[in-house]
Design a protein around this ligand. Structure first.
Ligand SMILES: C[S@@+](CC[C@H](N)C(=O)[O-])C[C@H]1O[C@@H](n2cnc3c(N)ncnc32)[C@H](O)[C@@H]1O
Length: 220
């Protein structure tokens, strides 16, 4: 299933140039992944702080893109932990696999092509999961959240984080509104599925809006 975008409240397959963010492929895809690696550090940090992973834990990232979130997660779980990234784009999964190559050789990390709504993992495998700037592209977010609940251990935490500003106008409230809208859609689905919402938070860097997140605990 191709990545999608929410247009006027409905999920539609992503098309045209904007698709490069939701379904990176080819040369343009590699350029977009490089830009994400440079520009999305603020959202990755916000998500990882909210995730609060502990040494030795097993972490899943949904829509890992270039793999910078995986690298950040590796630092948090230490040598005894494990991180796994999935991305529906083969180009992104390859890119991320290169970024975590050394940890992969040590048996601590892997990146693979898979869709959030059809995860190739056994039940209760992961302690925590996170998704950064990816939720808006999921073609079936309700099914994806049920899949995440299935692969998380009891009490497992999920963090969904979105960019909260336009890149070129970082203090413009319109960018924040788009991120908040996506997080309120995610929160509504999580609540409907019985997830325990721990917090919804916005992170700013001075006047610059950075990220908005929902933090939830898996339904029992
Ligand atoms: C804008 S990028 C964000 C990448 C990275 N998390 C970051 O913030 O730098 C969105 C990523 O989500 C992936 N994606 C979109 N729909 C997906 C789905 N249903 N399952 C898994 N990954 C998906 C895309 O292929 C893309 O790599």
């Amino acid at each position: 299933m191709r990545a999608s975008m929410t247009v006027g409240g409905e999920r539609q397959p992503c098309r045209g140039l904007s698709c490069v963010w939701g379904d990176p492929r080819g040369v343009l895809g590699v350029l977009a992944l490089s830009a994400m690696a440079l520009k999305n550090g603020g959202q990755n940090s916000a998500a990882l702080n909210a995730l609060d992973a502990k040494p030795g834990e097993s972490i899943l990232e949904l829509g890992c893109g270039p793999g910078m979130g995986l690298r950040g997660a590796l630092k948090r779980v230490g040598k005894t932990g494990h991180v796994t990234g999935v991305d529906q784009s083969a180009c992104a999964a390859h890119f991320a696999a290169h970024m975590i190559h050394n940890a992969n050789l040590r048996g601590q990390a892997n990146a693979m092509r898979a869709e959030a709504h059809d995860l190739p993992f056994r039940d209760h495998l992961f302690d925590r999961a996170f998704a950064v700037n990816s939720f808006q592209f999921w073609p079936d977010p309700a099914r994806a959240l049920r899949e995440v609940a299935r692969v998380l251990a009891p009490g497992g935490r999920l963090v969904i984080t979105q960019r909260a500003s336009n890149l070129d106008r970082p203090t413009n409230f319109a960018g924040a509104a788009a991120g908040m809208d996506r997080i309120s859609q995610a929160s509504a689905l999580l609540k409907a599925q019985g997830w325990n919402i721990i917090d919804e938070r916005c992170v700013a860097d001075g006047a610059r809006l950075v990220a908005v997140s929902v933090i939830a605990e898996r339904p029992n």
